[in-house]
Structure formats: structure tokens, C-alpha cells
Design a protein around this ligand. Structure first.
Ligand SMILES: [Zn+2]
Ligand SMILES: [Zn+2]
Length: 244
């Protein structure tokens, strides 16, 4: 039996230097529950280190491990993975391009926390920096580790693929495109009609608690899982995105 699920696949935590420090796992989950979200993804800049704290807490909400990778062109790409282990393998490659810079100001704004929201350690890499891999290589890296590659906020000039490159290159194999809360579906259809061959998602890109679920996507799935989301993006066996 298929049923609709409310999905927000782009949420930052206190590990992202640009996110509020109260973006802790407990507060994010409680807000997600209030907003009736059944599936969320934790997508910090270039890192998946705050994901384990969610696993200790998630009750009734499916949480997927992810990253928002900043490519060499300074284009943001969401990477979602079936397992934390696969995400860690991809993170290892990403971290190779981000040197440790101890005690820089940014370090103190990048907190790895436990399920109680207590600081475990500061992350010493500048997580918002671009990695050395270009867009195509980044998408290949994500796929190599079993993940889904989604072009982030394609309607945003800064770090959005169209704003940065002018178009979505045909040789980059995205699984979906993400549109921000600022562009509702009717407007998106006018603006991005030439990219209708790819599935579209809306997510919150929340950096503050109040932003969680400000935009989300309804999906028809059998159960709340990475595999079912993959099927919905492909439109397999009745699984699909329901635009609302
Ligand atoms: Zn972004
Ligand atoms: Zn983001």
C-alpha cells in the first residue's frame, strides 16, 4: 500500500557555520514533528558528522544521512546516502580537499554534538569552502558511494547551478533538482520548463529552527526509506512526487 509522506531533504545543523547554534538534533526533530514531516535529511556543508546523534533520538521520523557539497565551481549539490557508512566514505574524499585549519574563527562555529546537544568537538576544516572536484566529478563521487545527487536551490543566484553556470550541463547526471521555498511550483513551471525531464523537489534549506518545513515535498511511498525515495524520483511502480 502506497501512502503520502511529507519530506524535507535539506536541513543544516549547528555543524554548518552559517546555521544557528540551537540547530541541535533534538530541537530539529521536535520541530520536524510539529511540521508533520515524516522523512528528513541532515545535510551540513561538506560533512555528515552530526548524523549519528539523530539516530539515537529519531522516533517516528526517518532521518537520512547527507551533505551539501560545494563543488570547485562553487555550486551546491545535495548528496543523500542509504547508510551512514556510505556517507562517511564520501565524506572522507571531500575532507581530503579541505585542509585542517586549527583555531580559525570558523572552527568555533562548527559544532559536532551528541544526542543531548552537547559539544563533542569542533570541526577544524572550513566546511563551506569548495572542494577540488568539479560538478561532474562530485556527482560521480556521490553515485559511486550509492547516493542520490540533487542540484541545490536551482532558483538561487548564489551557489545555485543556473545562477553560477547559466544552465544545467547535460553531461551531469543529477537524480533531481531542488527548488527553494521562494519559488512555488506554478512559477517554477514557467522558469524551469526546459528541465522538466528531471524530478523536482522542494525543501526548506533550514539554517534556523523556524525554517524547518517552510517548504517540503509530498511523496507517494510504500515506506519511509532511501530506497523508496529513489523509486519515487524514478516514478517506479506508482511511487511518485506529488506536487502541491
Ligand atoms: Zn546551498
Ligand atoms: Zn543548504
Amino acid at each position: 500500500m502506497l501512502r503520502p509522506y511529507r519530506v524535507d531533504l535539506h536541513i543544516h545543523t549547528c555543524l554548518s557555520p552559517c546555521a544557528d547554534i540551537d540547530m541541535t538534533p533534538k530541537r530539529i526533530l521536535s520541530r520536524a514533528q510539529e511540521r508533520d514531516l515524516q522523512i528528513i535529511a541532515v545535510t551540513d556543508h561538506n560533512s555528515v558528522e552530526n548524523f549519528p546523534a539523530f539516530l539515537d533520538l529519531a522516533d517516528g521520523i526517518t532521518v537520512l544521512p547527507g551533505m551539501e557539497i560545494n563543488t570547485a565551481e562553487e555550486v551546491h549539490v545535495l548528496a543523500l546516502f542509504p547508510t551512514y557508512e556510505q556517507a562517511l566514505q564520501a565524506q572522507k574524499v571531500v575532507y581530503d580537499d579541505l585542509p585542517v585549519q586549527k583555531n580559525s574563527r570558523m572552527t568555533f562555529e562548527q559544532m559536532v554534538v551528541n544526542a543531548q546537544g552537547q559539544l563533542v568537538h569542533f570541526q577544524d576544516r572550513h566546511l563551506i569552502d569548495p572542494i577540488k572536484k568539479d560538478l561532474k566529478e562530485t556527482v560521480e563521487l556521490i553515485h559511486y558511494h550509492g547516493g542520490l545527487a540533487i542540484a541545490s536551490h536551482i532558483d538561487r543566484d548564489l551557489y545555485g547551478i543556473i545562477g553560477t553556470l547559466g544552465r544545467i550541463p547535460e553531461d551531469v547526471a543529477f537524480d533531481a533538482l531542488e527548488i527553494s521555498y521562494q519559488t512555488p511550483p506554478e512559477e517554477a513551471k514557467k522558469l524551469f520548463n526546459i528541465y522538466r525531464h528531471l524530478p523536482w523537489l522542494w525543501s526548506s534549506d533550514a539554517h534556523q529552527i523556524s525554517q524547518i518545513g517552510r517548504s517540503s515535498t509530498a511523496m507517494l511511498l510504500k515506506e519511509p526509506s532511501f530506497e523508496e525515495i529513489t523509486r519515487a524520483l524514478k516514478g517506479e511502480n506508482g511511487r511518485k512526487i506529488v506536487l502541491d
